[in-house]
Design a binder for this molecule. Structure first.
Ligand code: ZN
Length: 666
């Protein structure tokens, strides 16, 4: 619910890399199946204070210690299967080019990526491409030790119908009994709902309602239903003890208010009491001053079809000072932007407050955030805490950057961008222009403008979110091309705006359709908004050919001929969208959306998908973590060194060796 996994098409598209030019892609360290593994760097780590470096080191150790928990939460036999495969993989002394071995290696890599034997995105169980007989032989040959009968594990891997999905959300089915996730055992959906509804009812009208069930497995044994709580001394204790060990070290070196926050988390891990978890979250969300920050705990509930149970995850990070300065500058100039907005002056806000977004650099990913990770985080999840104490929203800059770097050489821009000058500008300014577009959209766009007297803000109904995103995007696009941006030091030249304008229009009117199945309409609000702006702009500039479709060698391209006039068009669009919002003009909003944002030209749709899929771009990305090493003089820590390993297999074998604390069956 609160994790931002949404990536703009620009980034996704650029983030994907084809099989061509493999050798020249230093950011991609591995490829298998539908995945590429990217490394990320931690810029400015060297320039953090020694104390913060040590703090990051301890929190990073804590982040790695919970890895087994995620495997076990995803499926009860995941740890057994992972260990069996790793044992065979590392002991194997036969021909490593044998197709059976190669297929098993691929399966193991997929398992490391998904923290289990189900696909991280589709939730479907992997289909092994090695045989049951071969695997069984290797199991015996290399003496795999297991708490579970070999045949049970063979069935789990090879019987297609067994544990077919990790997470079944189909309406009308018992989503608990049909999901292979390990949050419940021996229960039906009705029993689970009854159990938690009774708890919620008993609590009555609590102004600070507990997130019941968040940190436990619910089990039915011999007719009795009870929770096995994840805590020190409870379920997952061996891993949580290690997490707590490193958190205690971190607490020793942390300064206030972080010190108190870490202390509250330790208290919660020891008690398992969700009131303690809330106390930790309140303390965490109030701390907006500490340089180092972290997520560590049972946090997101996407893996439970009923949304009670949270998966364990961790992210360790520190403030990206440069990027935070950028959003501060924007925020400081908020009133100037509002006063000059190309809209009816009556709809400008008299007093506007900019929001400065926090941009972070990730230093370590763990649990549910490793190896696949979000590019933004918005926590905590408890609604009452969000309402009473606010939430923290961060964007993860170094991960976005790594995606971009990994996209170089994908062939995407060669395929879809006609002019060399546009490609060059996108390459040089793409990152900055995307960042600023996001900053302007988030820090100013949504907060700008005001309603006319009598308008309530609910008039636009089902069209409201697409129109609201349109408004924020137009605000960003319009101001990205303003000389004010140079004056306040945010861009070196208006080439940054040109890069954004060309890629935005291309994405909105064309390349984003690659993500939509043939015959389907555009539904998602952000995708609608980009299509609306782009196709409406083409229409508005038609006579003067501001934007033009060009056909070359049978392929369609879209080209911006006049960037200044395009900016004027963005201004006119913003004026009209603001009028629609301020006046609550439902009919006008509906007309624009229905005309420009929903239906895709079927011919173009087909062409875009064919060209896109011909690039063989892997749709999913995972990461390898950096590694940290303490530098000591005697007993004294004098520095922490960061390095960037480039081997996904080695990193995972290392984690399984050094950070594996749970028994195979929990
Ligand atoms: Zn938005």
């Amino acid at each position: 619910m609160k994790k931002i996994v949404f990536v703009t098409m620009g980034i996704i598209a650029m983030a994907l890399t084809s099989c061509k030019e493999k050798a020249e892609q230093p950011w991609i360290v591995d490829r298998f199946d539908d995945v590429k593994i990217i490394r990320y760097e931690v810029p400015e780590f060297e320039n953090q204070s020694l104390n913060d470096k040590i703090l990051i080191y301890y929190l990073a150790e804590a982040a790695k210690c919970g890895r087994d928990i995620m495997f076990d939460q995803n499926f009860k036999y995941n740890l057994t299967i992972r260990r069996a495969l790793e044992k065979i993989y590392t002991s194997y002394d036969g021909n490593k080019e044998c197709p059976q071995f190669v297929a098993m290696e691929k399966y193991l890599k997929k398992m490391w990526l998904a923290n289990g034997i189900h696909h991280h995105y589709s939730n479907d169980k992997f289909k092994p491409e090695f045989s049951r007989e071969w695997f069984s032989e290797q199991w015996d040959k290399y003496g795999v030790e297991s708490q579970v009968e070999k045949d049970v594990i063979l069935e789990a891997i090879f019987n297609e119908n067994l544990y077919a999905t990790r997470l079944n959300q189909a309406k009308g089915q018992d989503v608990i009994a049909t999901s292979a996730g390990n949050y419940y055992e021996g229960l039906t959906q009705a029993e689970v709902e009854k159990f938690y509804n009774a708890m919620i009812k008993k609590a009555g009208n609590d102004p600070c309602p507990i997130s019941y069930g968040l940190n436990s497995k619910l089990v039915k044994k011999e007719g009795k239903i009870y929770e096995q709580t994840y805590k020190v001394g409870g379920m997952y204790s061996p891993a949580l003890e290690q997490v707590v060990y490193w958190l205690e070290k971190a607490q020793e070196v942390a300064e206030e208010p972080l010190k108190t926050t870490i202390g509250l988390l330790i208290k919660y891990y020891k008690s398992g009491d969700l009131r303690d978890f809330d106390a930790f979250n309140v303390s965490w969300v109030k701390d907006t001053s500490s340089n180092v920050d972290f997520v560590n705990g049972f946090t997101e509930v996407y893996g439970d079809p009923l949304g009670y149970k949270a998966s364990w995850e961790s992210v360790v990070n520190f403030r990206d000072k440069k990027a935070c300065e950028r959003t501060q500058i924007i925020s400081d100039n908020a009133q100037w932007f509002e006063d000059h907005s190309p809209i009816n002056p009556a709809y400008r806000k008299k007093e506007v407050k900019g929001v400065s977004a926090k941009v972070i650099t990730v230093a370590m990913l763990g649990g549910d955030c490793y190896p696949t990770t979000p590019i933004g985080i918005n926590l905590p999840n408890a609604d009452w805490i969000r309402k009473d104490h606010g939430s923290k929203s961060v964007t993860i800059d170094n991960i976005t950057y790594a995606y971009k770097q990994a996209a170089q050489g994908s062939g995407f821009s060669e395929e879809f961008v006609l002019r060399e000058e546009d490609r060059a500008r996108m390459k040089e300014h793409g990152k900055l222009s995307d960042d600023l577009h996001t900053d302007l959209h988030e820090c100013l766009g949504h907060g700008s403008g005001q309603l006319a007297p009598g308008t309530t803000g609910t008039e636009l109904g089902v069209y409201s979110s697409a129109l609201e995103e349109t408004r924020a995007d137009l605000f960003a696009l319009y101001y990205l091309g303003d000389k004010k941006m140079i004056e306040i030091g945010l861009i070196p030249s208006l080439d940054v705006a040109k890069a954004q304008y060309a890629s935005y229009i291309m994405n909105g009117a064309m390349t984003q359709f690659s993500r939509i199945e043939l015959g389907k309409d555009v539904e998602q609000a952000h995708m609608r908004n980009r299509k609306l702006i782009s196709e409406w702009a083409i229409d508005l500039g038609k006579e003067e050919k501001v934007i033009e479709w060009v056909v070359k060698d049978g392929k369609r391209y879209i080209v911006v001929n006049d960037f200044d006039k395009l900016r004027d068009i963005f201004g006119k669009q913003l004026c009209e969208i603001q009028r629609i919002k301020s006046e609550g003009d439902f009919e006008a909003g509906k007309a624009l959306i229905e005309k420009y944002a929903v239906k895709i030209d079927p011919e173009l749709h087909k062409e875009v998908r064919e060209r896109y899929y011909a690039l063989n771009i892997e749709p999913y990305g995972g990461f390898v973590n950096p590694e940290y090493e303490l530098v000591k003089e005697g007993d004294k820590i004098v520095d922490v060194k960061v390095s960037y390993p480039a081997n996904f297999v080695e990193q995972n074998l290392h984690y399984s060796d050094k950070y594996s604390f749970l028994p195979s069956i929990n």
